[in-house]
Ligand binder design. Structure first.
Ligand code: MG
Length: 380
């Protein structure tokens, strides 16, 4: 059976990324850059052995890793050489080797498989993306000197895959400093098949790259929550009702401790529900006289505040009012505007609709109004 190994080059100092600690040891989305990188390779069954090449100052960073860790050299080439030499010393050296930069933690399983497949029919295979932007050469003063032809140009990525014996011989013969192992292979006349790279497989270099990687990794585990709310208020004496913050003249009023805005209460409870944080009654006890006759806007604003504190954004609100009368439809646009103003959710993400209960039940008999609401929260 073909034996495949991977060398993860993690010996760089990564000063351009800032932050003091070399980038491969810095945390993104809760884990070190190298841990994300290793996960991708550990998940490929064909890869039997993984070697990590690290700097001598970073021994403490690798001490808990189960993989074989070897010291790097002065240059990237020297570090790769040390990784290859470690494989030579192993009982059965591999037939094929993938060489990858630790600072590309977003390497996907599909990309690694593409490189391995490329190696089935070629002496070497490496991922790259065609250059699509126009290219210029600039002068020292930051002005365009000339336009450059981009045809046939690629942006190189890793992992780069080789027959083990041939890349070992190429490294042994190589003189100078190479940007990557394809350059070393090229110098030894090894034919390298280009396989399709991946925009997400970028090398973390600048502080902005960390933010981008964090966003992508967090996106993969995005926290999306829905919440529902239900409320009922009974009719009593009065000459108006307040629904979703809008006052509607009516022959009766809704009874309740606060302003009895049944729609806004359902929406507020839906937000508390999505946050897993109780309900209106817990946050604003009816036994507390300060909430007597209170505008329900206070409750809704409180729920929105809690969501914001926990970095959640409300992405939609859907509220249904259930009653025979008054007619809701004519007031729905005002209700949506009012809710948008209170919640800071765009009005096109808010729905207020109404239904009757076909004259059945308490809403059908005109004894009160019910409301249900669903909302969605997304962690920002
Ligand atoms: Mg209520």
């Amino acid at each position: 059976m073909t034996k495949t190994a991977a060398i993860i080059v993690a010996a760089g100092r990564g000063e351009r990324a800032g932050g003091g600690t070399p980038k491969q040891w810095r945390i993104i989305a809760g884990r070190r850059v190298l841990d994300w990188t290793l996960d991708a390779f550990r998940a490929i069954p064909e890869i039997g052995e993984i070697i990590i090449v690290h700097h001598s100052n970073d021994l403490s960073h690798v001490s808990n890793l189960p993989e074989l860790c070897v010291l790097g050299g002065e240059t990237r080439d020297a570090s790769v050489r040390n990784g290859l030499d470690a494989l030579v010393r192993s009982d059965t050296p591999p037939d094929r080797v993938l060489i990858h930069d630790a600072a590309r933690p977003l390497v996907s399983r599909d990309l690694i498989i593409r490189v391995l497949k490329g190696l089935d029919d070629n002496d070497a295979a490496a991922p790259a993306l065609p250059v699509v932007d126009a290219l210029w050469r600039g002068n020292a003063a930051g002005h365009v000197d000339s336009a450059q032809d981009r045809s046939g140009l690629y942006r190189a990525q890793t992992p780069q895959g080789f027959r083990f014996a041939s890349i070992l011989a190429a490294h042994e013969a190589f003189v100078g400093i190479a940007a990557d192992d394809v350059e070393v292979a090229n110098a030894a006349d090894i034919d390298v098949q280009i396989v399709l790279g991946d925009e997400n497989n970028f090398k973390i270099t600048t502080p902005a790259d960390f933010a981008r990687a964090e966003q992508i990794l967090r996106g993969a585990e995005m926290d999306v929550r829905t919440g529902n709310g239900f409320d009922v208020h009974r009719f009593g004496d009065g000459d108006h009702v307040i629904l979703c913050g809008v006052t509607i003249p009516y022959a009766r009023g809704l009874q309740g401790h606060s302003d009895a805005d049944v729609g806004m209460h359902a929406i507020t409870d839906a937000i508390y529900g999505a946050l897993g944080d109780g309900d209106i009654g817990q946050h604003f006890p009816p036994s507390d006289p300060q909430w007597k006759g209170a505008a329900s806007e206070i409750f809704l604003k409180h729920a929105c505040g809690l969501a914001e504190q926990r970095s959640f954004k409300i992405t939609n609100i859907d509220c249904t009012l259930i009653c025979e009368t008054p007619k809701i439809g004519p007031h729905a646009p005002d209700m949506k505007s009012k809710l948008a103003e209170i919640t800071q959710v765009n009005v096109d993400r808010i729905s207020v609709k109404a239904t009757t209960s076909e004259r059945l039940g308490f809403t059908g008999r005109g004894e009160g109004i019910a409301s249900i609401a669903t909302i969605t929260l997304v962690q920002a």
